[in-house]
Design a protein around this ligand. Structure first.
Ligand code: NAD
Ligand code: IPM
Ligand code: MG
Length: 359
């Protein structure tokens, strides 16, 4: 029996993760698998209950599972805490680092019936399929950060952007390996006109690129990339970049697919993968049963594909999502005229029904 650690976290985390777990149960039933779900506290919820955002017990549970299904953490209630106790840094970043999850895959796919839901023209986004590959355990997020009092009464604040050769090499290799399974194109995004780390990143990209003569490599500055993503996103296949740039570009790219609530992710690199929607806790929607659970559900599909090697089961979930969207069901973030508005539970139930129906 496959053991999956389930960490719902804060805000809309529990609501969307409930739907993802129901979907996994349905797919297990259909294919004759039993998944064991081991629930754990994380983030603000864990801080409130235990005084720390990532309790030892939760960490142990993660290390004793085959994969982790993660909701989202953080919210205004915990914003005043020192950084190391905040849910984002104290739990999520700590977990990524401890598990060695350096490669974050964020696939942006436009479902056929959502081409009209995008803020861009349907002809620009129809059929779009790109992958943002974000470096996840280095860069500004993990460099030294501190404040220093100055004699004039002011403060000096420092965040450090650091990478080492192996850290850059492994994420670029991952990009080329993934591109080989896709359309054979890698765009490496940097700020090599200003940052030393980016200049070196570009050199490494060129060197690794020589090992993959069958994959086309090009380089793009991050500011231009932000613009190209909304002008001509079809030019991208695999877009690989450092941690902070990837955080920003992936939220931006998500709306090409209709909503941030559609963007799933897989964080890989160690023995245990972590799967989470790319969005946050959307505090203003928490408890209202109206958030879109599809990013969480598609993250669960990625969990089956990458950690449990259950590709058919993952396909089944993705097909069920496609069908339900084709039938016209929409959560509020995707709502258009003529479609049927449903809440978080209902869209989950429709997807589950579809899983039962597929032959
Ligand atoms: N992985 C994570 O745990 C994660 C990721 C991002 C932000 N956060 C945290 O979440 C909190 C809120 O951050 P934020 O508001 O900047 O980002 P957010 O991603 O929570 O929300 C951004 C916008 O997208 C909407 N949205 C997000 N997910 C949605 C969904 N599933 N369905 C419908 N609409 C959705 C929200 O309503 C909001 O308008 C902060 O504490 C932040 O640190 C956590
Ligand atoms: C909550 C925050 C630390 C996190 C990040 O920046 O990595 C989030 O925005 C994400 O994209 O997963
Ligand atoms: Mg983010």
């Amino acid at each position: 029996m496959s053991k999956i650690a389930v960490l719902p976290g804060d805000g809309i985390g529990p609501e969307i993760i409930d739907q993802a777990v129901r979907v996994l149960e349905a797919v297990g039933q259909r294919f004759g698998h039993k998944y064991e779900f081991a629930w754990g506290l994380v983030g603000g919820a864990a801080y409130d209950a235990t005084g720390v955002p990532l309790p030892e017990e939760t960490l142990e549970l993660c290390f004793n599972s085959e994969a982790i299904l993660f909701g989202a953490v953080g919210g205004p209630k915990w914003d005043g805490l020192p950084l190391h106790l905040r849910p984002e840094l104290g739990a999520l970043l700590a977990l990524r680092k401890k598990l060695g999850l350096y490669a974050n895959l964020r696939p942006v796919k436009v479902f056929p019936s959502l081409a009209n839901a995008s803020t861009l023209k349907p002809e620009v986004v129809a059929g779009l399929d790109l992958l943002v590959l974000r470096e996840l355990t280095g860069g500004l997020y993990f460099g030294k950060k501190y404040r220093e009092a100055l004699p004039d009464g002011g403060t000096r604040v420092v965040d450090t952007l650091e990478y080492t050769t192996p850290e850059i090499e492994r994420i670029l290799r991952k990009a080329f390996d993934l591109a080989r399974l896709r359309r054979g194109r890698v765009t490496s995004v940097d700020k090599a006109n200003v940052l030393e780390s980016s200049r070196y990143w570009r050199e490494v990209a060129v060197a690794i690129g020589r090992e993959y003569p069958d994959v086309e490599l090009n380089h793009m500055y991050v500011d231009n990339c932000a613009m190209q993503l909304v002008k001509n996103p079809g030019q991208f296949d695999v877009l690989v970049t450092e941690n902070m740039f990837g955080d920003i570009l992936s939220d931006q790219a998500s709306v090409l697919g209709g909503s941030l609530g559609m963007l799933a992710s897989a964080s890989l690199g160690g023995k245990i993968g972590l799967y989470e929607p790319a969005h946050g806790t959307a505090p203003e929607l928490a408890g209202l049963n109206c958030a879109n659970p599809i990013a969480a559900i598609l993250s669960a599909a990625m969990l089956l594909r990458f950690s449990l090697e259950q590709g058919r089961e993952a396909d089944c979930i993705e097909q069920a999502v496609t069908d339900v969207l084709d039938m016209g069901y929409r959560t509020a973030d995707l709502m258009e005229k003529g479609k049927q508005l449903v809440n978080t539970d209902e869209i989950g139930s429709r997807i589950i029904e579809q899983i039962g129906r597929e032959t």
